[in-house]
Design a protein around this ligand. Structure first.
Ligand code: TXA
Ligand code: MG
Length: 309
């Protein structure tokens, strides 16, 4: 795919981390590993750098970004933590939990990060390469998933390059993402109430929001699109199907032959990428149990099965 950059692949252990730090400080775009999916990072305090994220992804400007931090100190400088928010962060950070909190207006973030909202989405990732990067850059990093807007999220550097090669400066190779699904997003209100905006690896008891209000604007009905029809809860393979199996239901790609939901989450986007690349015109997916992280897997699959537009 053409583009305005020659995208470098950097290895953390071979001086690549220092190179990634330099690119980010200069305002460039680097795809970075996290325990959930690869993110497309830029310094969150630079209007030009953040504009680059929206441009590279083709992301609508009304869809705000998650800001990634290295420390509680950095987090507290950016948003207001209620006692409930503090408790959730203490329990789950570093890890796959994003907190949506009232933002501090004097924090010096690029305006486009929050897309006009009074709240800020914050996360402290657990991936060791991302943690080192954040510490060495010394700045909060804005990072949506490292894919073209609306398409399948990336869990390997190859997935990143499949949609962003030539559109970003570099991808920092941190191997395969362990969790494989985007973070759980939770809004903590000033009155202490908690609302799950996006299900994810951390199963939270809090009630999901009523109605179809799009508060996490990226939570549109169609997302993670492989570019061909997707049929869910399939137990029979049709000749035209690229079959994604689970448990006893086999396939061209299996999420987990043993029926393990954590393994299925980690493999979901790899199987969808494979299905997207295959010659088969359709994708079919075996039923996934609606419990634990299965809830988040089914959330992503429903969006992948919803035609765009
Ligand atoms: O695991 C993850 O969360 C990954 C890694 C890279 O950290 N990031 C990720 O970013 O999934 P993205 O942009 O693909 O999804 C972020 C979601 C979007 O649906 C966006 O609308 C929502 O978070 N969001 C961001 N700021 C928000 C805010 N202030 N209020 C409500 N939703 C917000
Ligand atoms: Mg995304």
């Amino acid at each position: 795919m053409g583009g305005k950059y020659v995208t470098e692949t950097l290895r953390a252990e071979a001086g690549g981390l220092a190179r990634a730090v330099a690119i980010l400080r200069e305002g460039g775009l680097v795809a970075v590993p996290t325990e959930t999916v690869y993110g497309l990072a830029a310094r969150a305090d630079s209007d030009a750098a953040v504009a680059g994220i929206y441009e590279a992804k083709g992301r609508p400007s009304f869809n705000p970004l998650i800001v990634h931090v290295a420390s509680f100190e950095q987090a507290h400088a950016l948003a207001e933590f209620t006692p409930e928010a503090e408790r959730l962060a203490e329990e789950h950070w570093p890890g796959p939990l994003t907190l949506v909190l009232p933002r501090r207006h004097d924090a010096g973030l690029a305006a486009a990060v929050t897309a006009g909202l009074d709240t800020l989405a914050l996360r402290m990732p657990a991936h060791p390469v991302m943690q080192r990067l954040l510490k060495e850059v010394g700045l909060p990093l804005a990072a949506p998933s490292a894919n073209r807007s609306g398409f399948i999220s990336p869990t390997t550097p190859a997935h990143v390059l499949a949609s962003l090669d030539g559109r970003i400066h570099a991808v920092l190779d941190g191997g395969e993402c362990e969790r494989g699904l985007e973070s759980t997003i939770v809004a903590v209100r000033a009155d202490g109430s908690v609302e799950v905006l996006r299900p994810g690896p951390i199963p939270l008891e809090a009630k999901a929001g009523e109605g179809e209000r799009i508060e996490a604007p990226g939570q549109l009905a169609s997302h993670y699109a492989p570019g061909k029809p997707v049929r869910l809860n399939a137990t029979q393979v049709a000749p035209d199907d690229f079959m994604i199996g689970f448990g006893a239901v086999g396939g061209d790609c299996t999420l987990s032959a043993s029926g393990d939901l954590a393994e299925a989450a980690a493999r979901l986007y790899a199987c969808l990428h494979e299905g997207a690349r295959s010659d088969k015109p359709r994708i079919a997916v075996a039923p996934i149990p609606e419990r634990g992280i299965g809830v988040a897997i089914n959330d992503r699959l429903r969006r992948a099965a919803t035609p765009p537009g």
